[in-house]
Design a protein around this ligand. Structure first.
Ligand code: PLP
Length: 384
């Protein structure tokens, strides 16, 4: 059964599983305990921190292990809100709700959304203009989109923010494991989530700015150098780092091949349904994501039909599934009615060209049925 919901979550990577089992058996003590078992767990934890720092290209001291990207993003927003002293935060209009809602809650009335182009890419000029006003405390723009896979110009934004002494935060939950992590350490704040790249769920990390004091995610114990209270989940942390090492080490050629499979699938879809709109189709995108709007169709019905045909897909991010909120980029692109016909296919590292063909053929068949249903449905009229 082809699984096409990797942007929602990925299965455990075998290296992560091995590392998790070993650490659970051998390093189950509290890493803050002073006896030998605790020291052993502490050493594993610090080794994981060093290895993650190597991948990200930053100092290990900057890494704080967290319970996922949601908790980390909320903590960044709270910290910025506490220290902004009347300044504003700039976020993109496509941020995950755990960034957008957290900033809005932490800085009511002081959050500005930077505009996007047609493909959902943040306008650097618009951010520059906002920075020029001199009252921005932090810019937060995700590295790659969970809904469309669109890649944001985070390296450039980080550079512009650095020039003006403004913090730059990137939510790299979708970037990590799919594209090289190496330059992320150049951002002031980076958040990541283990389960998006084959680590366990409920574990993630946060990179804090060099030399920053006064940051604490939660109040409580002095874990993570006083920056994240609560006993560290050593096994999950070690497994997360093992998964990222496995994914990050792959050759660039592999990513190109997979992007080629996705692009071929996209062409196959557009040949069958020329009216379909690829979300972010004109922008650089993650190699695994194909978000399409089938005009006149109902995304939820399409996903249900795909499921019956053995293809696991989604209507958008896991966070908008089940609610009626539509992906922001989709609203920007095609309006509410178009957005209702959105389906997101997000493949993984082992997804084959044949899997993509199965998914596209199932989507085409489902779309034909759904649009035919829509056409034969009687027009709404007065109730009798
Ligand atoms: N940020 C982005 C871009 C995501 O896609 C997700 C996952 O849905 C999150 C944050 C939340 O991550 P977590 O499940 O680790 O809280």
């Amino acid at each position: 059964m082809p699984y096409f919901d990797f942007n929602a979550t990925a299965p455990l990577h075998p290296d992560a599983r091995r590392a998790w089992l070993e650490a659970s058996d051998r390093a189950w003590h509290n890493p803050s305990s002073l006896f030998a078992g605790g020291t052993f767990a502490r050493n594993l934890l610090e080794d994981a921190r060093e290895r993650l720092a190597d991948l990200l290209g930053c100092d290990a001291e900057r890494i704080v292990f967290t319970s996922g990207a949601t908790a980390a993003n909320n903590a960044v927003a709270r910290h910025v809100g506490r220290t902004a002293a009347g300044r504003r935060a700039v976020i993109s209009a496509v941020e995950h709700p755990c960034v957008r809602d957290a900033f809005v809650a932490a800085m009511p009335g002081s959050v500005v959304e930077a505009p996007l182009d047609r493909d959902g890419v943040v306008s650097i000029d618009a951010v520059e203009e906002l920075l020029a006003a001199g009252d921005v405390a932090c810019v937060s723009v995700m590295a790659a989109g969970n809904e469309s896979g669109v890649i944001q110009p985070w390296q450039l934004l980080a550079e512009r923010c650095r020039q003006r002494g403004v913090d730059f935060h990137t939510d790299a939950a979708q970037w990590l494991g799919k594209l090289p992590a190496a330059e992320l350490g150049r951002c002031d704040w980076v958040t990541g989530s283990g389960h998006k790249f084959g680590g366990p769920k409920g574990v993630g990390f946060l990179v804090v700015p060099e030399g920053r004091t006064g940051f604490h995610g939660d109040l409580g114990g002095p874990q993570e150098r006083g920056r994240w209270a609560g006993t560290e989940n050593v096994a999950a942390i070690v497994a997360m780092v093992a998964a990222l090492e496995a994914r990050d080490g792959e050759a660039a050629g592999q990513r190109l091949l997979r992007a080629g499979d996705r692009d071929a699938a996209e062409r196959r879809l557009l040949a069958a349904i020329p009216a379909a709109i690829v979300v972010g189709g004109g922008a650089p995108r993650l190699w695994n994501t194909l978000a399409v709007i089938v005009p006149g169709a109902d995304g939820k019905k399409l996903v249900a039909r795909l499921g019956r045909a053995g293809v696991d897909a989604s209507t958008g991010s896991a966070c908008s599934t089940g609610s009626d909120s539509l992906p922001r980029a989709v609203l920007a692109l095609g309006g509410e009615a178009a957005g209702r016909g959105m389906v997101r296919l997000s493949g993984g590292w082992e997804t084959t060209a044949a899997d993509w063909t199965v998914a596209i053929d199932a989507l085409v068949a489902a779309s034909v049925t759904d649009r035919a249903d829509g056409a034969s449905r009687p027009a709404p009229g007065p109730r009798r």
